[in-house]
Every structure is written in structure tokens, then in C-alpha cells.
Ligand binder design. Sequence first.
Ligand code: URA
Length: 207
Amino acid sequence: MQLTVVDHPLARARLSTMRDERTGNAAFRAALRDLTQMLVYEATRDLALAESTIQTPVTSTTGYRLAAPPLIVPVLRAGLGMADTAHGMLPESQMGFVGLARNEVTFSPEAYMASLPETLVDRDVFLLDPMLATGGSLVHCFGLLTSRGATSITVLCALAAPEGLRRLEESGVPLRVFTASIDEGLNENAYIVPGLGDAGDRQFGAV
Ligand code: URA
């Protein structure tokens, strides 16, 4: 697993806005959008480019476009707040969706929606989920992706807990993780500490 902490003054400032319990839903969503830009910017640094000749008003020169824009997959519901920003930066990308809920008998995550291409062979996949807590949901997502042939998975999250990072590493799936912070750990309710609370509630309200 390749881990990158996007530790930038602007990322710290936006993350502090998100952590602050006084921050309202709208300001929280705005800070998450800004942070997502920084995560996508770093995660796309090495994407392959295709060249073509383009004409400027002055002369012809070499132009570039992404050779193979990644598939963007927000994990519902909290990942929705990252989706539009990621798509804005990767306008040629397609978007899939995964919705996960906890089975109240087994306590394991189960997909109630998986809107994904049939094959993900040779496709980069960017999974968006603001909180990497236990890692259980993401490992479940990996199964959905690898069963379709995905071999290039990148996780973009605002915050990560060491326990979740270990779980991802132990999954054995080759992946990259981009986060703005590795926090102290999880509390007894599996919330990230210091964290920011429930990322879905903070964006959309506690419904
Ligand atoms: N999911 C959240 O939204 N917050 C946490 O702290 C952990 C998981």
C-alpha cells in the first residue's frame, strides 16, 4: 500500500474547519470540496498523458489530455460531498456509485447499491470516502472492484485512523491512499479521534 499524507497549510486549515463542531453543514461541505481538490490534485500527479498537436492563436504546439481518466466512485452517503469536485477536476471521467449499509445481524457492511461498469480491467478507480475509520467498508468495496478485474485502486479520504490503514494493508489489495491526516485512533464507537464526528451528518444533517 502506498500512503500519501497531503500535509499542506491549506489542507490543515480546511480540515480544522471540518473538525470544529461549530462549523455548520454548508461551511463543512465547502471545506470538504476544497480538501477534495487538494487530494485529487496529488492523486493525479502521475496520470499518463496523451499528446496531440494543437493550434494556439500564434503557432502550433503540443497539447495534452489524460490518456485514461480514472473511474470515480463515491461511497454513499458521505462520499457524495467529494464527488462533484472530483468530477469537476476530471471532467472526462465516468462515475460509479457504491452504497453500503451495515447488516444489523452480522454487523458486516453490505452493498445496497453497486452501480459499476461490468469490467474494470485496466481502469484506474478513485474511491471517495471522507472517513477511513475501521476500513471495513472500504475492504468490502475492494471486493466489488477486484471481482470486476480492478487492479489499480486509489482511496481518497479526508481523515484516516491507523486501525483502518492497517486493515487496508492486511487486505493485500495493491492500492494507494491519499489522506489529509492520520488521526490518533478509534474510540469505543469506532469514531475517529480527534476526528470530525459523523461525516454524513456534518454534511447533510442528522436524518
Ligand atoms: N465515519 C464517520 O463519519 N466518522 C467517524 O469518525 C468514523 C466513521
